[in-house]
Ligand binder design. Structure first.
Ligand code: SF4
Ligand code: SF4
Length: 286
């Protein structure tokens, strides 16, 4: 069933890859362009590149913060209960309690266990979510501040925005298979795994395939940069009976368009057709 036939039903499509540089953003950006009314959500908050292609306007920015502990030294008796409680080693006692903000997981536990009520929570800005428009496509991008460790709170905020959207959403996930990827994938109805035609590509594909299988998400693979030679990622798909949605050939024209920060489906009829064909093959799962 095509996503175009039931536009009134929203579908959330997560696009993943085991590492950066496979073409995940290329696929996400171009699919969001060819699906009418689609929303592009960039959850790759450490390196959000989608906005560079879309160049959105009418921007609205929301700052994202986390609550971290602040110690009132006048009240603190040095009992070290908070230090013993923190399983992330974000607190240390060296004559006074020190807080290592970078590794605090903002669980709030130390505030609760402190018998002297010497700990309060204060806001620490870690990044922002920016929403804008680009030729009919809504663009939601998350940005993690340099030096901030976890982008998960930013991704959670993007996921909230996605829930409010009425149309198909393309989620550009972070690369790999860590917490941030899991957070990005959870709400999706279907996952597209993008893979390169190399041994490393098949290894990375295996990693993300196991992740989406763990979450019981239906998925298909787009093989990118296909050069007609041996393709270990394709062999992996055949071996594991995974649907291959498309094989995008290696093409210097596409590399040039991409390298210039342009969207292939907007500037090339050939690529518009290719990505429309890909969109038509994505099953409507709701
Ligand atoms: S909020 Fe949680 S993670 Fe952060 S310092 Fe306190 S106990 Fe540790
Ligand atoms: S639990 Fe409270 S009183 Fe004890 S060391 Fe930590 S901040 Fe100080």
């Amino acid at each position: 069933m095509s996503i175009f036939k039931k536009k009134e039903n929203k579908t959330i499509i997560a696009v993943l890859s085991g590492k950066g540089g496979t073409g995940k953003t290329l696929v996400s950006v171009n699919l969001a362009c060819v699906i009418p009314g689609a929303v592009y959500a960039d959850c790759d908050v450490e390196e959000p590149n989608g906005h560079l292609f879309f160049k959105p306007i009418n921007l609205k920015t929301k700052e994202i913060g986390i609550l971290i502990p602040s110690i009132n030294e006048e009240k603190c008796t040095g009992c070290t209960k908070c230090v013993e409680f923190c399983k992330f080693n974000a607190l240390a006692y060296v004559g006074r309690v020190m807080v290592f903000e970078e590794i605090c997981h903002y669980c709030g536990g130390c505030t609760i266990v402190c018998p002297e009520k010497a700990i309060t929570e204060v806001n620490l800005n870690i990044g922002k979510v920016v929403i804008g428009d680009s030729e009919g496509t809504r663009i939601i991008s998350g940005f993690l501040n340099v030096g901030s460790v976890s982008g998960v709170p930013i991704i959670k905020d993007i996921q909230k925005q996605i829930k409010e959207e009425e149309h198909t959403v393309i989620v550009d996930c972070p690369p790999g298979s860590a917490c941030a990827v899991m957070e990005s994938v959870q709400s999706s109805d279907y996952c597209i795994l993008v893979a390169e035609p190399t041994i490393f590509g098949s290894h990375n594909l295996d990693m993300v395939y196991k992740l989406v299988t763990l979450f019981k998400k239906p998925c298909g693979v787009i093989l990118n940069k296909c050069d007609g030679n041996e393709n270990p990622s394709k062999e992996y798909c055949i071996r594991n009976n995974i649907e291959i949605i498309a094989e995008i050939p290696y093409d210097s024209e596409l590399s040039d368009i991409n390298g210039n920060g342009e969207i292939a489906a907007r500037v090339s009829q050939k690529y518009k057709d290719i990505f429309m064909n890909i969109a038509e093959k994505i099953p409507k799962v709701k």
